[in-house]
Ligand binder design. Structure first.
Ligand code: CO8
Length: 259
């Protein structure tokens, strides 16, 4: 697939794909075309059996500084409605394989929302997270007012959304928004390391487990527990379950085939 605003490497490492947001002069501002490419690439990687984990990254200065303000500036409500960009976001969210965001520099507005749509965030020491939409007369629209409070709690989410102020990596880690902070020189390497741990496991149980954890956000506890139970049962339909448990009993390393 030809892409202009992102670089996709389906075989970046064994079973690991990398997507690099690539509008460096605009701090990777998320224009509609970039989002369309991201949606289509994730869909393709999701059905590529060789890929087990996907990493999304930007560059050292910016993961993404938000939706493209220049593209949105003259739109009216009907234009925005017709563009229906949220169907793109919904599709990204439906990705079954785990996605790790490797974040350095700015993750703002739609950029912060994109990182939160991923399943885990590895951040460099220079990472800054924020929902500054309020400063340009709008509010978050791609999950910022929903995912952020679930991740960091109401007090900090309210502060970030209502002031537009950024938080640094340290505060983001303390608040539970990100998984780890590492030096800027190695943030992508660390994301790959985390991806490798996951890629070594059964892709079937990994996908079912991801889906199940996500349900905890979306439904009440009782519904989510039923959902978890159903996915737990489904693991027993896989050869990987037999292999994983047999390997444990036989004290050897399992060989997962994704079947
Ligand atoms: N959109 C378009 N262009 C941008 C954006 C952006 N979000 N962010 C930066 N740029 C451009 C700048 O205009 C500038 O371009 P140029 O060189 O042509 O003037 C270039 O990137 C470099 O930026 P700066 O010169 O401003 O760099 P600084 O280091 O001085 O400042 C900041 C960096 C603080 C990140 C600053 O650029 C900034 O405040 N950017 C905007 C951040 C923001 O408000 N983000 C929220 C956008 S709204 C949003 O995300 C809503 C999401 C809704 C749903 C999702 C739909 C997709």
């Amino acid at each position: 697939m030809e892409t202009k605003f992102i670089i996709v490497e389906p075989a970046y490492a064994t079973h690991i794909a990398l997507i690099r947001l690539n509008r460096p002069n605009e701090l990777n501002a998320l224009n509609l075309e970039l989002m369309g490419e991201l949606r289509d690439s994730l869909k393709a990687l999701d059905s590529n059996d060789e890929v087990r984990v996907i990493i999304i990254t930007g560059n050292e200065r910016a993961f993404a500084a938000g939706a493209d303000i220049k593209q949105m500036a003259d739109k009216n409500v009907i234009d925005v409605l017709k563009i229906d960009q949220f169907s793109t976001w919904d599709q990204i969210k439906r990705t079954k394989k785990p996605i790790i965001a490797a974040v350095s520099g700015f993750a703002l507005g739609g950029g912060c929302e994109l990182a939160m749509t991923c399943d885990m965030i590895v951040a460099s020491e220079t990472a800054q997270f924020g929902q500054p939409e309020i400063k340009i007369g709008i509010m978050p629209g791609a999950g910022g007012t929903q995912r952020l409070p679930r991740a960091v709690g109401k007090a900090l989410a309210m502060e970030m959304v209502l002031t537009g102020n950024f938080i640094n990596a340290e505060r983001a880690l303390k608040a539970g928004l990100i998984n780890k902070i590492v030096p800027v020189e190695v943030y992508l390497k660390e994301a790959v390391k985390l991806a490798k741990d996951i890629a070594a496991l059964s892709p079937i149980s990994v996908q079912l487990a991801k889906e199940s954890v996500n349900k905890s956000y979306e439904q009440n506890l009782q519904e989510s527990l039923y959902f978890e139970r159903k996915n737990f049962y489904m693991c027993f339909a896989s050869e990987d379950q037999k292999e994983g448990m047999a390997a444990f009993v036989e004290k050897r390393k399992p060989e997962f085939k994704g079947k």
